[in-house]
Design a protein around this ligand. Sequence first.
Ligand code: GAL
Length: 468
Amino acid sequence: MAQSYRGVPRPLIIGGAILAIIIILGVVYLAFFRAPPAPAAPKEITFYTWWAGLEEPAIKALVESYTTKTGIKVIRTAVPGGAGVNAKFAIVALIMAGKPPEAFQVHCGPEMISYFLAAPGKEADFVDLTSIGRETGVIETAVGQVCMLSGKLYTTPVNLHRANLIFMNKEILDKNGIKPPTTLDELISASKALHAKGIPAMVQAGADLFTVLHLWEQILLAVAGPLKFIEFMYGTLDPGDPSIKKATEIFLELAVTFPPDWPALDWTGAVDRVVRGLGAFHVDGDWAVGLIYTAHPGVEMCPIDAITPTCKIIVAPFPGTGDVYNMVIDAVGVPKGPAQNLGIDFAKYFTSREGQKVFNPLKGSIAVYPDIPPDIYPTVIQKWEVEQYRKSKYQVFSLTHGALFSEVWQKLLTGAVILAQYKATALDSWYSTVRESLILERKLWEQTGYYLGSPEKPFAGYRPPWAK
Ligand code: GAL
């Protein structure tokens, strides 16, 4: 039998000693000889956006606050062009090539389904952000609810913009004895009167295309009303519906009053003209409020129901759409990929209360959380919008900003510019563009089977025929 020391068998003592030596050597090796671990690569992601140039301050502030908080760098790849007229092509090209950015700007609405259709693996190539929506609480908000596609959140909202606004130069109206128009008839006669005096009335912009379709869309909303407007979005509206013809006729009456160089202006240039008194009206979303606030400080804006003597720019619902909030919801999409967790983290911050409080004051929009107090906004217009949204009877999605499949949007975008350019001679082609657009829009919804909202709460209570 092996000898023992105080009752402990010898082999056990030897074994224990060897183990102790191995552990000590291991610790010494780890402490002194092992190469230090390579410093972790700095964490960074790319965010694709069209907020650039004069429209940059809000996203810049948001990204800076995110980086300060997390140490994660966000490279903003900005492809300028309002409404994403250029950025959408860059994003889709990357998605088709299977090399998407970690996160990208997108509108809530079927616009996101167009990215699904372009991706090699379809919707499976994108992160389902529903759980982020739950964690942040954004999915509980009315905006979060309507951002869902058949009950899933793929685009997490960061704000709420309003599309149906008209910006008016008060001095021009006062000098010409014109009351701020509140009906389409008043708008048409004011525009014609100014035009007859050689004053550009309706300053829309052709260079980045979108404000032209944007104007047609607001007229359609006023003429057709919100329910038919929603049918347009789903492509279920009869292309022969009289509202389309009526809206187009009014559009042509107003297009005559555009400034002669409108094709060369972009939306920021159009806003600048109205601010400087070189034109009376501009129809746009409240990103123009953000632009005026950041690029034209000192220019006082006021809502139509509280006009002050020092007010320079009157902001009003587009005539005939007072009880509607035409929603433009900016959001973040996150493609799947090796750094998707960083993309998700960024989207989560952006959509959170904290992120929205940084972003929205400078953006001209309002946050989607109803408990965020209006006093965070620097302009009276945003505070007024909080109230307007709360009081609105109907909410619709803007056709020019997210509510159309990208292919359809593209057709209408260029079609509207051609119509404004060639007027009556382009009418037939415009009507066939609208007809084809409605047919294609419906086909794409049907083919993909999606609808806005969730099975429990479809958007606006409207369940399109293909929704199960
Ligand atoms: C919209 C977008 C807004 C603003 C605007 C002008 O499509 O939702 O946030 O950027 O275009 O670029």
